[in-house]
Structures are given as C-alpha cells and as structure tokens.
Design a protein around this ligand. Structure first.
Ligand code: BES
Ligand code: ZN
Length: 624
C-alpha cells in the first residue's frame, strides 16, 4: 500500500514537472542572445514577454488599427526599448498602466528591414502601449477581393509573417530568439470569422469581435491572423479543419488522417504540446504550400487533390510543432534546424501512416530536387552550406532545398550511422530538453557531440558532421534513395523513350509520386505528337492534382505544347503559390517566343499575388 502511494506520488510529480516545464520556459539570460542581423530589437537589454493586441480590421481601407500593449522584462535597467517596424503608422506610445505619453522615435527606414522604433521607458516600468495603423501595402497582409475567394461573396484577409514580415503588422522585437505569450481581441466585419495562431473560435458570432489566447511563448514569425467567410468541421476531439463553406466538406475528407498523423508524431518524439491542432485552408493566392502557425496550420487549397495524395504537407507543418515551434532556429542562418528536422520528421510521420514504400518515393523526389538546386547554386557556393550567411540579405534567400533536403539527408545519415533506436532517443531528448527555446547551429552541435556521438570516434567519422554543416555541396556519404516502385516507373520511361505508345505503358496502380517521377523523367525533347498522345491517354492538362498539373505545364512550355496554354494561363491567374510560379515563369522567359506570354500573364496576375511571391517574380523577370 505504502509503495503504491509512493508510486502515485512519483507519477504525479513527473506529470507536474512536465506541465511546469511547459508553462515556465527557460528564457535566455542577457548574455545569451546572439546578434540578429535581421532585427533592430534590443532583447539583450529589455525584452517582450507578453503581447496584448487589440485590433480592428477594415476591409474598406485595407488597414488594421491596433494597440499593441507590450509587457516587458528589463534585463539591464535599460531606458529604451527598440522594436522592429516596417510601413507602420505610429500614432501614440504610452508607458505604464496609467498610459503616460512616452517619447518615441522612428528611425531611418530600410525597404527590407523597416525602421527601428525606439521608445523611452521610465525606470521600473514594464508596460508600453503602441497605438498604430498598418498601411495597405503591408507586406505580410494580403487583402483579397471576393473574386479571389472560393465563394466569391466576401473579402478575405490573411497574414504571412515568416521570416521578417511580422513587423509590417505588429511592432515587435521581430527575431526568432524573442518569445512571448499573447492575448488578442480582434474586431472584423459582422458575419466573418477571425482566426489566429492561438485558441480559436469555431463559429461566427453576432458581434464580429473575437478573443484569442496563446499561453505558450512563441516567436514573432508565428504571429498569424486570418478573417473571412469560414466554417469549421472537426476531425477528432483536438483537431479540425477551417475552410470556406463550399470547400469545407472536400477539405475535411482530404485531411481526415490528420489525427493519425498527430498520434504518429507523438509516438516518435513526445506529446503534442500545443493543445489543439487545426488546419485553415486559404484561398489559392496563399504564397506557400503551408505555414506552421501554432495551433492553426495555414495551407494552400492546391493540396486538395481528392485522394489525399498531397497530405505530406500537413505532416510537414505538423512536424514543425516540434522542430521550429518548440525548438526554434535562433537566427535565420540556422534555418536548417527548422526545416531540415521538419522534412526528416515529416518523412517519419508519412512512413508510419502510409508505409515505407510511399515515404521512400517522396524522399527520392526530394533528393532529385536537391540535386537540381545544387546544380543551380554551384557546388562550391556558400549558400549550399547548412549553416547560412544571410546578414544584410533577405532571409527569404535562405529558403531553398539546402535547408530542407540537404538538412534532412544529413539527419538520415545520422540515423543510419547509429541505428534508429539510438537516434530517436537523441532527437526526442533534444526536443524535451530545449522545448520553448531557441537553438543555434553551434549549440546543437555541442549537444550532438555530448549526447549522440558520446565519444564514439567511429560514429563521428562515419557522419563527418562539420563537413555537412560548414561545407559546400553534397558530402560523399549522402544517402541516395532506392525505391522499388520508382524502379518500375523507370522501366516505363525507358519503354516510352524507345517509342512505345503511351497506351501500352503499364501505369496501373500508380500514385502521385510515380506520376511525378514519370513526368520528370520524360526525354528532354518531345514533339507535338508525343505530347498529344500523352495528354490524350493520361489527361494531364485536366489533372486536378496541382503537382502533376504544374509539372505537365512546365513541359508544355518547354515543348511549345499549345493546347495546354489556356490551362497554364488560368493556373497562373488563380494560384499564387510561389513554388509553382517560380519555375513556370522562369521557363517562359527562357523559352523563345514565350517571354511575351509571361509578361502578359504576369501583368494581369500580379495584383492577385501575395507580396512574397511578387517580390520573387518581380526580380526574376525584371519587373519595374
Ligand atoms: N515555414 C515554411 C514556410 C516558410 C519558410 C515561409 C520560410 C517563409 C519563410 C513551411 O513550413 C514550409 O516549409 N512550407 C513548404 C511545405 C513543404 C516543404 C511541404 C511550402 O510552402 O512549400
Ligand atoms: Zn517547413
């Protein structure tokens, strides 16, 4: 009896400690902040701990009017707080609960980094309130007309804060080392639902005023807001889908495996620590596939294929609930710690839920992407190091297959070198140990040395970690991937190349990865007749699968396959996902005779793209 109660007490203590750790993150000491080249903030002196945001959204003016009340911790007795802003109109700043007017100065503005907002903070004061408005051109915000939504009746607003765009809608210390909790009260036009990266409403209310809480400390790049005509459907007791009414049924059945994915993730690397996991399906102009906003992944509607074939993206964003949102890259040079771990973890979730042969195919496709990126960047480019050098540059330039696929390849090398059991124990301990903190590459390597290598010089030699992290290109011990399912696709590609009619190809049972591999393996030259035959047999131009369609449209540009051009134009006029836009416009401007088409389409499509995509394509095609 005595022993039993001791056991209960022990278990209780364990649970209590785990919860206490959740609620009491270990914040960095003043000397533990790295210099962040992409932020003006001074968190090493005085740092934001909580944001209380009160905002009103006007679709008419395309403006958010807000008060950001910032709860501070003063580490050094500093008398000035420095925040990041970009294109914000600062109306008034006050200090303390009595709201005494505070002096502030908006510094010189840089078009990328914005302007530092320096606020005088009285002695012993731990609260400042910034009254401000956003500008219609705020880069994080996309204001959609009803015509850009699925229902065509209501406007829509969404944000994209990563990497350094949070400062265009909230004045914050906008670097990933600063973590804060938040509460918010947001007012939107009646009939609309507002959602944030926080606890969320599940139905429209009569007032149009919604309140939010995020009790776990998060970095600014995970601040998110969306508002529109949205409905909710549950997938499980802790998981559900938000989408426009006419998409909600399709979206919910597409993502019905999400709860299974959460459970798979939990068995691998420990409990899901963010309470709910919901997915918001955005209109097609969303510039990314997905964004891991905590508790509420933002996702492109282009992954709704009807057969769950593109749900790896959900596994990816879910995996960020550990890699990225729990343990966060300290500065953008450490981006691979977010994305490399996430691609690795995504593969493990996919393997558990859909089987090894499926995840192997996805890894092979990712590896092919990586080889393409390495060829583009050149083998000796510094941009091919895992640890990046982004000072003075847009951190967006670090978003490439290097962080994602080279990062994941490195982690798979580690797994293989030590065996899954040891590796998984290490990764899980890493997430536990560093939950709710930020991580530099160097700190990771130190932990890796002591907790994973553990003096095993053989293991260290098999991995060659420094070469991976600080060296260019692909190290010799990189994994190449074999997939028996893709081998048989290879055989069909060969048969097609030798002139066999598409009708004769053995494609029964092919899933999306097989089709993608097939399309990527087509010969470098195809005449009209061959393209027509392929299209007639497999209906690529009508594919409802965005990955397959985008691949096919790329070939259609390459080979001047006219029948697909109206589809290409329609695709580019509706979809704003940068991953698709970049190669399609690139091919058009490189293909003789297609350059004018690129300009004509882009001129019409550009007003409907998010600033993130506009920035990339503008630069690529030389828009002025
Ligand atoms: N966090 C990224 C998106 C991102 C990265 C936005 C850097 C801004 C700056 C997200 O998790 C992501 O990687 N999305 C991918 C998904 C894919 C790899 C499954 C995308 O959007 O394509
Ligand atoms: Zn990611």
């Amino acid at each position: 009896m005595y022993n039993l109660s001791r056991l209960f007490l022990f278990i209780f203590m364990l649970i209590f400690q785990a919860c206490a750790r959740d609620q009491n993150p270990i914040y960095p000491q003043q000397d533990q902040y790295m210099k962040d080249p992409h932020s003006y903030g001074n968190p090493d002196e005085i740092v934001i701990r909580h944001l209380d945001w009160k905002a009103s959204v006007s679709f008419q003016d395309q403006v958010i009017s807000a008060i950001a009340r910032l709860k501070l911790e003063n580490l050094t007795g500093s008398r000035s707080l420095v925040l990041d802003t970009r294109d914000l109109v600062i109306e008034k700043v006050t200090s303390g609960p009595e709201e005494i007017p505070a002096d502030f100065k908006l510094g010189q503005a840089d078009s990328l980094f914005g302007a530092p907002l320096t606020i005088s903070v009285p002695e012993n004061c731990d609260l400042v309130s910034v009254y401000y408005k956003t500008k219609p051109k705020a880069a994080a915000l996309q204001w959609l007309s009803p015509g850009q939504t699925s229902g065509k009746q209501h406007p829509f607003l969404f944000t994209q804060s990563q990497a350094i765009l949070a400062r265009t809608w909230i004045p914050l210390q906008d670097g990933p080392q600063v973590r804060f909790t938040y509460t918010a009260e947001v007012s939107v036009p009646k009939g609309m639902l507002a959602l944030m990266s926080a606890s969320n409403p599940q139905a429209v209310n009569e007032t149009g005023v919604y309140t939010f809480r995020m009790d776990q400390p998060i970095p600014s790049y995970l601040m998110a807001l969306a508002a529109g005509n949205l409905e909710f459907r549950p997938v499980s007791s802790r998981c559900g889908i938000y989408a426009e009414p006419d998409l909600i049924e399709r979206a919910t059945s597409e993502f019905e495996d999400t709860e299974k994915m959460i459970q798979a993730a939990e068995t691998l690397y420990g409990p899901y620590r963010w309470d709910r996991y919901d997915v918001l399906v955005l209109p097609p102009s969303f510039p990314f596939g997905g964004m891991e906003n905590p508790r509420l992944t933002f996702a492109t509607p282009t992954i709704i294929a009807g057969d769950k074939s593109l749900v790896a993206l959900i596994a990816h964003e879910l995996a960020h609930s550990w890699s990225g949102n729990l343990v966060t890259n300290a500065v953008w040079d450490d981006f691979w710690l977010n994305e490399g771990f996430t691609v690795y973890f995504e593969g493990r979730i996919m393997e558990q839920v859909y089987g090894r042969d499926f995840s192997e195919m996805e890894q092979r496709l990712g590896f092919e992407d990586l080889k393409g990126t390495l060829a583009e960047l050149g083998d000796s480019s510094r941009d091919t190091h895992l640890k990046l050098h982004l000072a003075g540059r847009d951190p967006d330039e670090g978003v490439s297959d290097i962080a994602y696929e080279k990062g994941a390849n490195f982690l798979r090398v580690c797994e293989n070198a030590a065996g899954r059991e040891k590796w998984d124990r290490f990764v899980r301990a890493y997430f536990d140990r560093f939950a709710f903190t930020s991580m530099t590459t160097e700190k990771f390597l130190e932990y890796f040395e002591t907790e994973f290598i553990q003096g095993d010089s053989d293991l260290a030699a098999r991995i060659g970690v420094n070469n991976w992290v600080y060296g260019p290109g692909l190290p010799a011990n990189a994994l190449t991937y074999t997939s028996s399912r893709l081998k048989s696709v290879d055989q069909e590609i060969t048969r097609f190349r030798t002139g066999i009619n598409p009708k004769e190809l053995k494609t029964a049972g092919w899933a999306t990865p097989e089709w993608l591999f097939f399309l990527r393996g087509l010969p470098p030259e195809l005449d009209q007749d061959k393209m027509e035959k392929l299209d007639a047999e497999f209906h690529f131009s009508q594919s409802g699968n965005s990955e397959i369609l985008a691949e096919w449209l790329g070939h259609s540009i390459d080979f001047g396959y006219q029948p697909a051009f109206p589809v290409l134009e329609q695709f580019l006029l509706t979809v704003g996902r940068r991953k698709y836009l970049r190669p399609l416009y690139q091919k058009m401007i490189e293909t003789p005779g297609s350059k004018e088409r690129a300009w004509s389409i882009y001129t019409r499509a550009r007003p409907g793209y998010h600033s993130v995509s506009v920035r990339t394509i503008d630069e690529m095609i030389g828009w002025k």
